[in-house]
Design a protein. Structure first.
Length: 170
């Protein structure tokens, strides 16, 4: 009930503020190349979230938001960040569909998903960390250094799909 209320309130906020919602368009010089239902092409890579539709709004206050069943992204603000950071923001918002409202859990879910997909390296996670290094935190988001530390820990404790140990023949 509470989750549904939050969704109604957020959708009401977007309506009340007359924020334009854009589906399936190319915006911001290929910042987000295209959007289709539960996926977006970001930095040349198709990013998917089976649990949510993807909506774009250039007037949304913030980089992204999530309510059950929907991810909102602001391509105008995302343009300031490298593609690895934009992809991680997408996965972070997708992560809320699976882990709920915890920002730290959504960050960790995003890191694990990106590493398992094979495109996130430790260098990439450090790029993401630099993007948020100066943040003092806002609302439920922890300050940048604490967020980075938690993301690095998640990265280091997640195995890639092909890194499973193989049993030895005796």
């Amino acid at each position: 009930m509470r989750v549904q209320l939050i969704r109604v309130l957020l959708m009401g906020l977007f309506s009340a503020l007359a924020l334009p919602i854009i589906d399936a368009v190319v915006l911001g010089g290929a910042i987000i190349e295209s959007v289709h239902a539960g996926s977006a092409k970001i930095g040349g890579r198709r990013m998917g979230c089976r649990a949510a539709r993807v909506r774009l709004s250039t007037k949304m206050p913030g980089l992204g938001a999530a309510v059950p069943g929907t991810i909102f992204l602001n391509p105008r603000l995302l343009r300031r960040y490298p593609s690895v950071t934009r992809r991680m923001i997408f996965l972070h918002e997708c992560g809320h569909q699976y882990v709920g409202s915890s920002e730290t859990a959504a960050d960790c879910w995003a890191v694990k998903a990106a590493k398992r997909q094979g495109w996130l390296t430790e260098r990439g996670i450090r790029t993401v960390c630099r993007s948020f290094a100066g943040s003092r935190g806002s609302g439920p988001h922890p300050p940048g250094p604490a967020r980075c530390s938690a993301m690095l820990n998640c990265y280091r404790t997640t195995k890639r799909p092909n890194s499973r140990s193989r049993s030895r023949k005796r």
